[in-house]
Design a protein around this ligand. Structure first.
Ligand code: NI
Length: 222
């Protein structure tokens, strides 16, 4: 039951499921080479969709929700190129570690995603750490600010109940609306809502949309 997900030495924010942790640690955010003071290259072009289909079946103890925010909630990833950078790395690292994305919403100062774990859920920590270090490094190259700390911390929640899974799926898919960015979530490019509506069975879409999510406890004051 969600074993192996250790709480990076910080106290839980709320019972059991929310465990904050710092994800930057050893990989650091130092730029490896010279800062490339240039516009985004091929990254920005590849705003591809996640290619897996949405999952239909709830599997206890295999689904995780992750939320992370930037340091001081700064809007570091403003604009299509920078949000695209986040999305590209999220997609490729999920693939690399065998985590199947089910929902995501990426913003200039935070993100949420829900993913299904591979056999070894411990890789989540490495995935997030790499995600943060790669995106911070590229951002810092763009801004010519080598070594700047970009990410603050992240929280992951193992979803143990079916209802809480559906409610959180709905929560994440509607997050761009909650943050006042678009009237309809599918209009926001850096969220899974459009993909979900297009790829999932309509019955499943309807089901997820029917779940209330006002009571879902998520770090989301951004
Ligand atoms: Ni949010």
């Amino acid at each position: 039951m969600c074993k192996g997900m250790e709480c990076g030495g910080l106290p839980p924010l709320s019972p059991a499921e929310l465990a904050p942790r710092s994800a930057e640690a050893s990989l650091g955010e130092q730029s490896a080479g010279k800062p490339a003071h240039s516009k985004m290259g091929p990254q920005s072009k590849a705003l591809n969709r996640w290619h897996h289909r949405p999952a239909h079946v709830f599997e206890p103890n295999q689904l995780y929700m992750v939320t992370a925010g930037t340091l001081h909630k700064e809007m570091f990833f403003k604009g299509v190129d920078r949000l695209g950078l986040l999305q590209n790395h999220l997609f490729s690292l999920s693939e690399k570690f065998g985590w199947e994305l089910q929902a995501w919403a990426l913003f200039p100062n935070h993100y949420h995603f829900i993913a299904k774990a591979p056999d070894d859920a411990k890789t989540l920590k490495i995935l997030v750490r790499q995600f943060h270090s790669l995106t911070a490094r590229e951002l810092n190259q763009l801004d010519d600010l080598s070594g700047r700390k970009v990410w603050f911390q992240y929280w992951d929640t193992c979803l143990t109940y079916e209802k809480s899974y559906y409610a959180r799926l709905n929560y994440v898919m509607n997050n761009p609306v909650r943050h006042g960015l678009v009237p309809v979530a599918s209009a926001y490019k850096f969220c899974s809502a459009g993909w979900f509506e297009a790829e999932a069975d309509q019955g499943f879409v309807k089901k997820v949309k029917s779940f209330q999510y006002d009571q879902v406890k998520v770090q989301d004051e951004f």
